[in-house]
Write a protein that binds this ligand. Sequence first.
Ligand code: SAM
Ligand code: SF4
Ligand code: SF4
Length: 338
Amino acid sequence: MLLDTLNRPLRNLRLSVTDRCNLRCEYCMPEDEYVWLPREDMLHFEEISALVDVFIGLGVDKVRLTGGEPLLRRDLPTLVRLLAAKEGLQDLALTTNGILLSDQIDALKTAGLGRITVSIDTLHVDRFVKLSRVDELGAVREGIDSARRVFGGMKLDTVVIRGVNDDELVDLIEYAKSMHAEIRFIEYMDVGGATHWSPGRVVSREEMLAALTRHYGAIEPIVENSSAPAERFALPDGTTFGIIASTTEPFCRSCDRSRLTADGMWYLCLYATHGIDLRAPLRRRATADELKDLLTGGWQRRADRGAERRLQLGDRRAFVPIKALRKDPHLEMHTRGG
Ligand code: SAM
Ligand code: SF4
Ligand code: SF4
């Protein structure tokens, strides 16, 4: 098995299919203008498929399509069909903001998509508009409804920010329940893109659990042997939910995920400032073995523990200043797929 310097296997690949987005979430894309990846650099579906074959050969068995907003990528179901046909892949999932989901849900299901996660941070239209600059909560909810109908359920992701939506945890759990969804509350992270981040805006896992316990009564942790970032909990009535405590309790020790940007840069950590260019060798017609060697060497050298290192810092503020983000859009959260 291919292991990095901390004995972590390579199992999870987050595949960004576009850096464009139809929302401007303030924790991810708060600026007025962005530098986009050049269109000619975007990997074609056949190129993505060839790379995924190499990743599968090295142990990857989970792929998640992400972005930017992945449903903005034209003909996404065609890529889903290519990937769903791969034998070594156990899990093919999609993370989306949901706006375009109801239009594409049938095609995605038919193409073989396994699971869907929809991001939703609030149930209030005014807050949604303030948070994302677009009046599309209705479309997101339609998308969630369509995922309930066609997939039978889904996961929901909510970034919790103090003073923005931290009073909605109970309402969101109840909403998730009604949609046959399991919700995961994510601590606000100081990733590239989060230029408005400050420690005071982070609502910790402990605070979330305390608020939910006040409302529901005793909450039980669910013990499971998994490398997934979410810790899961059960309410007294059996309803389950997750918390991703990436800021206050990072899980770098068991992190088996890497990220491929839409233009073929491979990043071994959400906080990595340097990636490995896979597009250039791919377009020089490198053989599968040459690509395999490149990936193997990269993973074997991996020592990243970005979130743990951030936690060790005393005076903590936004990770990447805006000037640096403009110089290299690969540092942006919306480019590396979250
Ligand atoms: N556009 C899609 C969406 O929003 O689901 C997929 C890409 S988005 C970058 C992937 C995930 O990253 C979303 O669930 C989003 O909430 C999360 N995310 C973005 N910025 C974040 C931040 N600063 N802290 C924590 N999570 C963040
Ligand atoms: Fe929001 Fe996702 Fe778009 Fe980022 S990529 S702005 S999280 S919808
Ligand atoms: Fe993995 Fe890096 Fe996130 Fe830690 S910070 S969990 S190493 S991606």
